[in-house]
Design a protein around this ligand. Structure first.
Ligand SMILES: Cc1cc2nc3c(=O)[nH]c(=O)nc-3n(C[C@H](O)[C@H](O)[C@H](O)COP(=O)(O)OP(=O)(O)OC[C@H]3O[C@@H](n4cnc5c(N)ncnc54)[C@H](O)[C@@H]3O)c2cc1C
Length: 372
């Protein structure tokens, strides 16, 4: 029987941040267990045989506006100052994504692009991000033509592949997260701090966990181990519905079939991530050597095929947010509030798509509330 003050289920980003803070600030013991055979959860990366750092669960680019988060992580890593640029293949042309003023000039003749640029700025202002469903409401004939073009060429195919639904059938936060950007800024993110840990995420996590009060047990599922661990506090970063044995029903997710291929060429594509809204069954191709500017005569790519989540077959990746699923989640949340000294956190505890910044912020908010 293990006796420990703090048990953390899940050695992903949220569990690691929580363990790191409890050990360093409260000087308390932490046992952290994970059913997988590696630390890092969805952010796990590794160097492959060609010396290229591969993100096992898909491309991860860190960004934040929070000084606290940036400086906390920077104690454990240097950063390669990577600014993410995404291209999409539209009518066979490489176009910056999110669709912006530069994209306009890529797909339309200069005269037409100029007219549309002037109208866009006049109607919405410069440096503004407009969700596509809002742009489609415009009454101006030319802007309406543009909105339909972007909707059909950039959003519709990608969303159908990614979610199996049209943009209208999804929670507005989903399509709103990739807006039309009235700007010349080709970057995918605008946060102050952006980058990739210079030795990879996993190395950074190893350093965050390297503390005499932290013990990590891998290949250990909570459902099997729980009767052998005696704890005062439990931090649970797995799926909330699984913890409660699905008593209010399942929460649906989309998952990914990520197919990795190594090509015998120095470079395959012109950006780390290229989206394919119109062609093929995959949504995007990632070329991993971009992230740390790694040199090799070969290159490693992943092709992303979205699919439904099925227990035992694949991982829970993107929660399918709608009113019905939110209502199920709310019932679990009410149940969770009844348990003293059990805390749910992370993307699976919140049933939300959380980027790393939001995941860390959530763990720090919880830590601040319990340390008082
Ligand atoms: C394809 C993809 C791309 C992404 N790209 C970015 C990006 O570019 N930038 C960005 O900021 N964010 C990105 N994210 C988001 C980022 O991955 C998450 O914010 C982060 O991984 C969430 O960490 P977590 O600890 O909450 O969850 P997870 O990483 O899922 O960790 C949870 C851990 O709990 C373990 N676990 C679950 N149940 C049990 C159990 N019963 N017993 C034991 N262990 C259990 C799991 O094995 C897992 O290791 C991306 C996510 C995906 C899926």
């Amino acid at each position: 029987m293990y006796v420990v003050k703090n048990l953390i289920v899940g050695c992903g980003l949220s569990g690691i941040v929580m363990a790191n803070r409890i050990a360093n600030e409260l000087d308390q013991e932490v046992l952290i267990i994970d059913s997988k055979d590696h630390i890092g959860g969805t952010c796990f990366d590794y160097k492959d045989v060609n010396g290229i750092t591969v993100h096992k669960y898909g491309p991860h680019i860190f960004r934040t506006n929070s000084e606290r988060i940036w400086h906390l992580l920077s104690k454990y890593t240097d950063w390669y100052p990577f600014m993410h640029r995404v291209l999409g293949i539209i009518d066979g042309i490489e176009v910056p994504i999110p669709f912006n003023l530069n994209s306009l000039y890529k797909v339309f003749p200069p005269q037409k692009a100029k007219e549309l640029e002037i109208k866009l700025i006049k109607e919405f202002g410069f440096n503004k991000k407009i969700p596509i469903l809002e742009l489609r409401k415009t009454e101006d004939r030319d802007l309406n033509f543009l909105a339909e073009y972007i909707y059909n060429k950039v959003f519709l195919g990608y969303t159908l592949k990614q979610w199996g639904f049209t943009p209208e059938q999804l929670d507005p936060s989903v399509t709103g997260s990739v807006p039309v950007y009235i700007s010349k800024d080709d970057r995918y993110f605008q946060e102050k701090y952006q980058g990739i840990p210079s030795e990879g995420y996993t190395k950074m996590f190893e350093k965050m966990l390297d503390h005499p009060k932290i013990k990590v047990l891998l290949n250990t599922d909570y459902s099997k181990a729980k009767d052998t661990i005696n704890y005062e506090r439990l931090f649970y970063t797995g799926a909330i519905e699984e913890f409660f044995n699905y008593k209010f029903g399942k929460l649906p997710y989309r998952s990914l079939d990520l197919q990795f291929r190594t090509y015998d060429t120095n470079r395959f594509q012109n950006a780390a991530v290229v989206n394919y809204p119109e062609n093929y069954d995959f949504t995007r191709i990632t070329e991993y050597k971009y992230f740390l500017n790694e040199k090799s005569e070969k290159t490693v790519l992943s092709f992303e095929y979205p699919q439904d989540f099925e227990e035992g077959k694949n991982d829970r990746i993107y929660p399918i947010l709608n009113k019905e699923n939110q209502a199920i989640y709310d019932r679990y949340l009410e149940e969770a509030k009844k348990l003293p000294n059990v805390y749910f956190l992370g993307r699976l505890g919140a049933y939300r798509y959380y980027d790393m910044n939001r995941t860390i912020a959530g763990a720090l908010e919880l830590f601040d509330s319990i340390k008082k």
